[in-house]
Design a protein around this ligand. Structure first.
Ligand code: SF4
Length: 353
C-alpha cells in the first residue's frame, strides 16, 4: 500500500473531498499567495460532511483569504524591526527567536508569518546566515533563552538539528532552548525515539511548546508523541490562538485546556489573532476573548488556564489582555475586586508601617 501523502494543491483537496470542486479556482488563487499543506493525520481528522469542521477551518484554504483588511499587515508582530541579523529576532533582552527555516508540515490559514513561510521563501537559513546568527547570540551575554522557530523546527533532519543544538550548547550563557512546533499533533510519527534522545542529550534545558487549537487535534497518537518528550524529562507547554469558528466558545476552550493538562502539557498562552493578511474571518473581538477567559477563570482549575496575550502590532511586544479584576478605589477604600461571577468586593487599604 502506498504511503499517504500531504495535500498541497486545490486539485488534491478537491480529489480528497475537502473542498467543493466549484471553489477550486478561488482556492488556486489562494494557493498562489499562501502556502497550503495538510498532513495525512490532519486530513484524516476532518469530517468532510461538516461544513463547519474546526479542523478543516484551520487548514483547508478558503476564498475569504483573498480579502485583506486595511489594518492587516505582512509582518503583523514587527519581527523585521528587531532582526539584527538574518534569522534572529531580538525583541526582549534575555531571549531571541532563531528562525531556522520557512517550512511547516501544515500551513495554518491564520498564520502570523504567512507572508514569509511556505514555497517561494528560502527553505533553510543559509550556512553563512546561520554562522552570523550564532556569532550574534554568542556575542550577547544577556541572551539566556533561544527559541527555535520558523517555520517548524521539528521538521529539520536529525543531522541538521543536531548541528544546531551542538552549536547552541557551546554558548555558555544560553541556558534554555525552547522549541515551538505543531509536529507532535499534525505528524505524530515524526516524534521518534532518536529525536527525543537528541533533545534530551543536548546539555541545555529544553522545553517544547505545542501549537494546537482544538481538542480534536490531541488524538491518541498526538498524546503519545507528547508523552515521549515528557517521559524523557522534556517539559511541554501549549500555545493556542483564539479563532472564530474553531475554539471561540467556553466549552471548546475548556476541553482543549483540560486535555493539555491531562497530557501533562501546561497551557501557556492563548493568543489574540495577529493582524496577518486575509485572516479577518478568524478574528474574535478582544472583549469577547476577555469574557471567555472570565468564564473559564471561575470554571476550571488554575492549572488549565493560559494567559490571554496580545502581540502589539508593530513589534512592541506581548502583553496579557485578560480583563482587570482589580480597581484602585482610593486611599480610604483600598481596591475593588470583581470575582468571576461579576460581584464586587473590597480589599482594604494596607497601612504603611
Ligand atoms: S505552524 Fe506556525 S509558522 Fe507554520 S503555518 Fe502554522 S502558525 Fe504559521
Amino acid at each position: 500500500m502506498s504511503k499517504p501523502f500531504s495535500l498541497h494543491t486545490a486539485a488534491e483537496l478537491a480529489d480528497a473531498g475537502l473542498i467543493d470542486p466549484a471553489s477550486r479556482s478561488a482556492i488556486e488563487k489562494v494557493g498562489a499567495i499562501y502556502a497550503i499543506a495538510l498532513t495525512p493525520t490532519v486530513a484524516g481528522l476532518i469530517d468532510p460532511r461538516d461544513a463547519q469542521d474546526p479542523i478543516a477551518r484551520q487548514f483547508v484554504p478558503s476564498a475569504a483569504e483573498l480579502e485583506t483588511q486595511p489594518d492587516e499587515r505582512q509582518d503583523p508582530i514587527g519581527d523585521e524591526a528587531f532582526t539584527p541579523v538574518d534569522g534572529v529576532v531580538h525583541r526582549y533582552p534575555d531571549r531571541v527567536l532563531l528562525k531556522l527555516l520557512h517550512v511547516c508540515p501544515v500551513y495554518c490559514r491564520f498564520c502570523f508569518r504567512r507572508a514569509s513561510v511556505g514555497p517561494g521563501s528560502e527553505v533553510y537559513l543559509s550556512a553563512s546566515a546561520l554562522d552570523r546568527a550564532f556569532a550574534y547570540i554568542a556575542a550577547q551575554p544577556q541572551i539566556w533563552e533561544v527559541i527555535l522557530t520558523g517555520g517548524d523546527p521539528l521538521t529539520l533532519s536529525l543531522r541538521r538539528l543536531e548541528d544546531i543544538l551542538q552549536r547552541l550548547t557551546a554558548i555558555d550563557h544560553v541556558k534554555i532552548l525552547r522549541i515551538h512546533s505543531r509536529v507532535p499533533s499534525v505528524d505524530p510519527p515524526a516524534i521518534t525515539p532518536e529525536l527525543v534522545a537528541l533533545l534530551r542529550a543536548c546539555g541545555k534545558a529544553v522545553y517544547v511548546v505545542l501549537h494546537a487549537n482544538h481538542p480534536r487535534e490531541m488524538t491518541a497518537e498526538a498524546r503519545s508523541a507528547c508523552a515521549k518528550f515528557i517521559d524523557a524529562g522534556i517539559p511541554m507547554f501549549s500555545q493556542s490562538v483564539l479563532l472564530r469558528g474553531v475554539n471561540d466558545d467556553v466549552k471548546t476552550l475548556e476541553a482543549l485546556f483540560r486535555t493539555f493538562v491531562e497530557c501533562r502539557i501546561k497551557p501557556y498562552y492563548l493568543h489574540q489573532l495577529d493582524l496577518a493578511p486575509g485572516t479577518s474571518h478568524f478574528r474574535v473581538p478582544i472583549a469577547e476573548g476577555q469574557a471567555l477567559m472570565r468564564d473559564l477563570q471561575g470554571k476550571i482549575s488554575g492549572l488549565c488556564l493560559p494567559r490571554y496575550m496580545l502581540d502589539i502590532p508593530g513589534g512592541h511586544g506581548k502583553v496579557p489582555i485578560e480583563s482587570g479584576y482589580l480597581a484602585d478605589a482610593g486611599e480610604k477604600t483600598g481596591f475593588r475586586i470583581t470575582d468571576h461571577r461579576g460581584a464586587i468586593h473590597v480589599y482594604p487599604p494596607v497601612k504603611a508601617e
